[in-house]
Structure formats: structure tokens, C-alpha cells
Design a protein around this ligand. Structure first.
Ligand code: ADP
Ligand code: MG
Length: 355
């Protein structure tokens, strides 16, 4: 991906990782993942960009000291491992890909389905966030999906009867997990699960973990504006910003105190449809079967991407008042809610997390 495209995508992203420089990065020639180099004081910032999970990913690492062909090889290998980790999450957890765990679970009836350890980790977390948010985050929301095909130009809001019928199959408590046997099943026939609100966050964690394991503790993984960050660049800390949901521009930018954290946003301004002046977003409230109206955007900061991602979706549904109560179950996670007028509500620690 060339830089101008990268810039466009990055501006569209909900959260910007303000890492790109005044100077244009130079491509580094070689086999394997394409690298873009940006010389900074005391070292180099290296970026690698690719599309996966319907999202643009940019992996960045900070390298101190002089750049050499050996360093290029080490970075390229690490970027390859991190990219592969994201692609593996996509292939095992996508609802569409026939070989994946989630697809096999959804097409089955009620029998046990064997899943990968990674899928089990995400299912366990999804159910945990289901409990912690009182069902505002619910991995079994797909029963409602046929009622919310927002891409269809003829789409109309569903009727009460349609919603009532679909809601009978929305219940995260009906997903049974045998963690030690690594199996999952539904206790109601006809259910389906979808990890669209959590798997991208998990992919951030795996990509960051791959970079760290290969020796690059200074990294930033940006998946469509959701970030997982470790350490710092050679010259300064990684900078990031939260986009204004209704105005153009940045609501807040800066750096964060923790040496390793995730910063994830759910907003209603990228995927939505307006009908009769009412905005319908891609997040549904599984408790009512209606489009979520708790907020316009929610940003969550916390130690890992998987929980931050699921929480951002769940707290979007809940809004600030109920959301604050839910966060008691998730120590270490802080949230910021913005509404139509960009009125700010945040947990006590949200602003304190920034430098
Ligand atoms: P994005 O993928 O746009 O960053 P989110 O992380 O907020 O957005 O996740 C939205 C996705 O989560 C939806 O596209 C859908 O797949 C799924 N989803 C929608 N509503 C819910 C919900 N209440 N609970 C769990 N998952 C949901
Ligand atoms: Mg999410």
C-alpha cells in the first residue's frame, strides 16, 4: 500500500495513530512483507500495511540505532508473523469462511463442535462480556441480522413482531462452552454467533504479541483505527487521537502513560443508514432488538484489545450511565462516551490515563 492511500485510510479511521511523519517514508526493497521506513531521531520507524478482516492494518515498530540489512530481515520476519496472526484470526473466526470454527458452529444443530484454542479464548471472553454488560454485548445477536441489512437500499426498520420472533434466539447464556474439551454448542436450535465485535481486538493482541516475541517491544498495531500499543518510538512516545464523531477533526490527541495498552472505539458514523431522519447503526441492542442508541461513539482504554473491543461495542449499547456500572466488572478498563452534541462522559480514570 503506498503512502497516499495509507493517509486516506488513516484519516477515515476512528482513532488516528499519529505516527506518520513530515518526511515521506521510503520503501525498503526485499522479499516478503513490504516495509516503509521513516528515519527519526535515534533510529527508524518501520510500517507494514495490509488489508484483512475488511480493515486496513498498519503494523509499526520502532528500531533504535543504525539501520542494516540484518535489521531489515528481522523486521520483515516479525511483520510476517504478525500479519499471519491476523489472517489466522480471520480464517478461524469469520462467520462467512466455511472452514472456520464459527461457521461450523453456526451451521450445526445443537451438537458439540470442536474449536481452536484461540476461538475458545474469544468465546469465553465474549460470554464474560455478555454477563458483565447484562447482555448489551451478545455474541448471539445474528438472529437479528436479517432485520438489519443496512446495505440494502430498500431496507426498512423491522416490525415489533419480527423483532420479538428473532429475540427468542438471542441469548448468550444458551452458548455452552466446554473449555477443557475445547468444544462449544448451542442449547437452542437455530442460534448463531458472530465475533465481529470482539475478534478484531483479539487480532490486535496477537499481532502485538508476535512483534514482541520477535524482539520488537516498541510497536503499534492499528486495525482500522483500533490500536494496540507497546513501548515507544525511538524519538518519542506513540501519539494517538480520538476522532470527533460528528465534526471533522480530532476530539482528543496525545500519549498514554501505560507502557502497553489497547485503545478501541465503536462509533455509529462509519456504517449506518438514515431512514426518516433516524440513524440506524451497525450495532444492535440485543436486549430490545433495536438499533443501539446509547452513544455516538465510545472509546475504551485497557490492557488488552480483545476486551477493549467487546467493551466498546457493549458500552455503546449501554450508554454512560449503565456503562459505568458494567465497568466495575472489568478493572483496568476506562471509557469515554460522546453523544450527538459531543457532550463528554467518561470514567474517573479515562483522562488520567493520558500524559
Ligand atoms: P467495528 O467493527 O465497526 O469497529 P465494533 O467493534 O463496535 O465495530 O463491532 C460492531 C460489530 O459487532 C457489528 O458489525 C456486529 O458484527 C457486531 N455486533 C453488533 N451489535 C452487537 C452486540 N450488541 N453485541 C455483540 N456484537 C455486536
Ligand atoms: Mg467492538
Amino acid at each position: 500500500m503506498r503512502l497516499h492511500k495509507l493517509a486516506v485510510f488513516t484519516v477515515l479511521a476512528i482513532i488516528l495513530s499519529i505516527g506518520c511523519s513530515r518526511k515521506d517514508p521510503a520503501p525498503e526493497a526485499g522479499e516478503g512483507p513490504q516495509l516503509e521506513l521513516q528515519k527519526v531521531q535515534e533510529g527508524t520507524v518501520v510500517n507494514h500495511t495490509f488489508m484483512a478482516m475488511d480493515t486496513l492494518y498498519t503494523l509499526s515498530v520502532g528500531v533504535r540505532g543504525p539501520w542494516s540489512p540484518e535489521t531489515a530481515d528481522r523486521v520483515r520476519a516479525a511483520m510476517g508473523h504478525a500479519e499471519a496472526a491476523v489472517r489466522t484470526v480471520e480464517s478461524t473466526m469469520s462467520s462467512h469462511l466455511a472452514s472456520g470454527d464459527i461457521h461450523r458452529l453456526n451451521v450445526g444443530t445443537r451438537e458439540w463442535v470442536q474449536v481452536e484454542p484461540s476461538t475458545m479464548d474469544v468465546l469465553v471472553a465474549a460470554v464474560r462480556v455478555g454477563h458483565g454488560t447484562g447482555g448489551a454485548f451478545d455474541l448471539t445477536w445474528p438472529a437479528l441480522r436479517p432485520l438489519y441489512r443496512l446495505k440494502n437500499p430498500q431496507w426498512k426498520p423491522p416490525t415489533d413482531a419480527q423483532i420479538e420472533k428473532a429475540l427468542r434466539l438471542v441469548d448468550f447464556r444458551a452458548v455452552e462452552l466446554d473449555v477443557h474439551g475445547r468444544r462449544a454448542r448451542f442449547t437452542k436450535a437455530g442460534m448463531a454467533v458472530d465475533l465481529g465485535g470482539i475478534a478484531k481486538g483479539y487480532a490486535l493482541d496477537l499481532a502485538a504479541g508476535a512483534l514482541a516475541r520477535d524482539g520488537f517491544l516498541d510497536h503499534l498495531v492499528n486495525g482500522g483505527g483500533d490500536l494496540r500499543v507497546g513501548g515507544a518510538r525511538p524519538d518519542r512516545k506513540w501519539r494517538m487521537g480520538i476522532r470527533s464523531p460528528r465534526k471533522d477533526g480530532i476530539y482528543k490527541s496525545g500519549t498514554i502513560k501505560a507502557p502497553s495498552f489497547a485503545l478501541v472505539t465503536s462509533g455509529d458514523y462509519e456504517r449506518f443508514r438514515m431512514v426518516d431522519g433516524v440513524r440506524y447503526s451497525h450495532i444492535v441492542d440485543p436486549r430490545t432488538g433495536r438499533t443501539a442508541r446509547g452513544a455516538v461513539s465510545v472509546t475504551v482504554i485497557g490492557p488488552d484489545g480483545m476486551l477493549a473491543d467487546a467493551l466498546a461495542t457493549g458500552l455503546f449499547v449501554l450508554g454512560p450511565e449503565e456503562g459505568r456500572k458494567a465497568l466495575v466488572h472489568f478493572p483496568g478498563y476506562e471509557a469515554l462516551w460522546l453523544d450527538e452534541a459531543e457532550t463528554v462522559q467518561a470514567t474517573a480514570g479515562f483522562f488520567a490515563a493520558w500524559d
